[in-house]
Design a protein around this ligand. Sequence first.
Ligand SMILES: O=C(CO)COP(=O)(O)O
Length: 126
Amino acid sequence: MTRVALIAHDDEKPEMIDLVREYEDVLSPFDLVGTGTTGKRIMEETALDIERKQSGPLGGDTQIGAEVADDRMDAIVFLRDPLTAQPHEPDISALLRICDVHDVPMATTRTSAEYVLDGLAADGSE
Ligand SMILES: O=C(CO)COP(=O)(O)O
């Protein structure tokens, strides 16, 4: 099954909720994973079921990176806050790097996320 991770920094959580609402039909057949607070918010505000990892600062990005390293992840939507320093920046950089290593698509903005999700939807309908 297609496995997708959803992650958003605090300032980007409203954008993530808006995105997943728009793409709820695309996302609902997928196996969805999220960092702690992002996953909680998505489940509160949509009908999607999310496997929740730790919150990002407590290791959630690292847990998702481990799945990438194990070739278990098909795509990641990570709406990052580009204007706020994060205490767990090394974990975020490591996640970006391991996605590059394993050629796992990671979208970090609304528009790139729409391209990735449109692509997954098109793959699923072939
Ligand atoms: O910090 C995050 C990603 O780096 C996101 O974590 P939360 O979803 O727990 O807020």
